[in-house]
Design a protein around this ligand. Structure first.
Ligand SMILES: Cc1ncc(COP(=O)(O)O)c(C=O)c1O
Length: 439
């Protein structure tokens, strides 16, 4: 029998982060071509969220398709347990050359697992060092690190994860700067100073194993861009107190904000850094947790000392995903991707003032190929969500959009050119204007 609120839905897939009861159909995507997704009805949607922030070059890019099919014909999968494979080795070497200060690469499948690995590395590092009292993870409020239990514990978002609160491990949290200043509330500068002062004080008791934070900006938390110098100052405080710094570059590294290792631009020096999303250009699922020599060396010893990292997944180091990632990173160089990102960032940034001035918009935050448009109007009570309303208005205007809370996210494929970027922003502006929001 149909449940209350459930429509006659043809999809039998349980969709992620979705109130299934508010959908009566999902547009079925049958093809990806360049910067567009094409659905069964032939509607072309400009991919405004890079298919969940991972697409780099657009869809069906011949070089990437060739790299994957070539590898599939040779070796589709072999484990990293007792063995290795060429693409996983080559990719790890490329990552170590690209991401400064890092010594070893641990593979997993997605951003959440990359962060789980990072937390486990940090906690076990201190256990290996004989200081198992240093076992707390610290984090920034509003941070997001994925949907698995460890990731929810550290990147706790009350609106998302309230049902699980009692089962999560306790993390130490600091309010971070970078959001919209509330009228009459503290300034961003005051929030920054208080955050750093609190860290300095809290870290002194020697119980914090690591601080985990997104690098450069908090993305899922509403596109909150850190003030210049903030990450560098955090990094210094961590070093001063021996706290490991875990930087989550899953959404912001590999070019999203303009640098391969965003922490280089921010002036942070992590002990552990996590990458995912763009790693394979958005073609296959793979992530990587990178560690410095100091961290890696603490896991070495005799087998029966139990110092080795207790973590591993079936598809760790999958050669197909690695082949896609190798070709993707080669293309970054060959096609000067960071120059394209810089150009794209200027195009997006050029709209900030105009969008800020729109009715229905309370703030616009932008860095690199990332823009958050904060709405001052939400969905009318009792009806569809803001996300669904904006998605449908976007689709009518030929753009694929997804909101997080009341923030419309623009996270386009990194290589999207100026003409498509203009179409994307202009379609989004029309969608926001036309959407049947409250008021
Ligand atoms: C900063 C950050 N970390 C981790 C994740 C989790 O990645 P995944 O969805 O691939 O598990 C995300 C996903 O959006 C993210 O933005």
């Amino acid at each position: 029998m149909e449940q209350a609120g459930e429509q006659a839905l043809s999809s039998v897939v349980w969709h992620p982060n979705t109130q299934m009861g508010e959908w009566d159909e999902f547009g079925e995507i049958v093809q990806g071509r360049g910067m567009h997704l094409i659905d069964k009805k032939g509607r072309k949607l400009l991919d405004g969220v890079a298919s969940m922030w991972c697409n780099v070059w657009g869809h069906s890019r011949p070089e990437l398709v060739r790299a994957i099919t070539r590898q599939a014909a040779r070796l589709q999968h072999s484990p990293l347990f007792n063995l290795t494979n060429g693409p996983a080795e080559e990719l790890a070497r490329m990552l170590i050359e690209t991401i400064p200060g890092m010594h070893r690469v641990f593979y997993s499948d997605n951003g959440s697992t990359a962060m789980e690995v990072a937390f486990k590395m940090a906690i076990q590092y201190w256990s290996n060092e004989g200081d198992s009292g240093r076992n707390r993870i610290a984090a920034l409020s509003n941070g997001y690190h994925g949907d698995t239990f460890g990731a929810m514990s550290v990147g706790y978002m009350p609106g998302f994860f309230g049902a699980f609160k009692g089962q999560l491990f306790p993390a130490v949290r600091f309010d971070a700067p970078g959001g919209r200043e509330a009228p009459g509330g503290p300034t961003d500068k005051e929030i920054e100073e208080e955050c750093l002062g609190n860290m300095e004080e809290r870290f002194a008791d020697g119980t914090i194993a690591a601080l985990a934070m997104e690098s450069g900006a908090q993305v899922a938390g509403g596109v909150r861009i850190y003030p210049r110098g903030f990450q560098r100052r955090v990094s210094r405080i961590c070093k001063r107190h021996g706290v490991l710094l875990i930087l989550d570059e899953v959404a912001t590294g590999l070019g999203r904000l303009g640098s391969m290792a965003e922490y280089e631009a921010q002036g942070g020096r992590p002990d552990i850094a996590a990458y995912g999303k763009m790693l394979t250009g958005g073609y296959l699922t793979m992530s990587a947790t990178l560690a410095t020599k100091k961290v890696y060396d603490s896991f070495l010893g005799g087998y029966d000392e139990n110092r080795h990292l207790f973590h591993g997944h079936t598809y760790t180091g999958n050669p197909l995903a690695a082949a896609a990632a190798i070709e993707n990173l080669r293309m970054y160089k060959r096609r000067n991707l960071l120059d394209k990102v810089a150009k794209g960032a200027r195009v997006l940034g050029g709209y900030t003032e105009e969008i800020s001035g729109m009715g229905r918009v309370s703030d616009v935050r932008h860095a690199g190929m990332l823009m958050g448009i904060e709405l001052s109007r939400g969905a009318p009570k009792g009806g569809p969500s803001t996300n669904k309303i904006i998605f449908e208005a976007g689709r009518r205007n030929g753009v694929y959009l997804r909101t997080l809370g009341d923030v419309v996210m623009l996270v386009p494929p990194l290589a999207m050119g100026p003409a498509d970027l203009r179409r994307l922003v202009e379609g989004t502006v029309r969608a926001v204007r036309e959407a049947p929001l409250d008021g």
